[in-house]
Design a protein around this ligand. Sequence first.
Ligand SMILES: [Zn+2]
Length: 140
Amino acid sequence: MAQTAENIHEKYPLDGAALRLATDGTPTLIGLECADCGTRAFPPAPVCPECMSENVRDFELPDSGSLYTWSVVHVAPKGWNVPYIAGYVDLPQSVRVFAHIVGVDAADLEMDMAVTLTTTVVGEGENGTVESYAFTPAKG
Ligand SMILES: [Zn+2]
């Protein structure tokens, strides 16, 4: 069955379709997998970004990957905490995720370093604190 924006929102009310939080707060990112062409992508969508098929399903992404690249952001929309580090993280299964990189100084980042999924406060919105997924250097 094709997913609509409405039923995705019902399934993942906390942070849209891209993030699930377990009752203990453990985050899991949700990606898209196309049953017709095999494309995997993030975030999930009702239509495959490669072949436009609606024969897509969501799947849980691995919670660790490697840092592809990053940049320090000093200017952001009102309410966002700055500066912050924005980066691309490569997860297994050919999915690249754009996210905040937290818990580390930019000077200590290295290409391909191992990172794991976490959550962070990214700023303040009209309804209070805004949290989102992020990646942080893997321990050990
Ligand atoms: Zn496809």
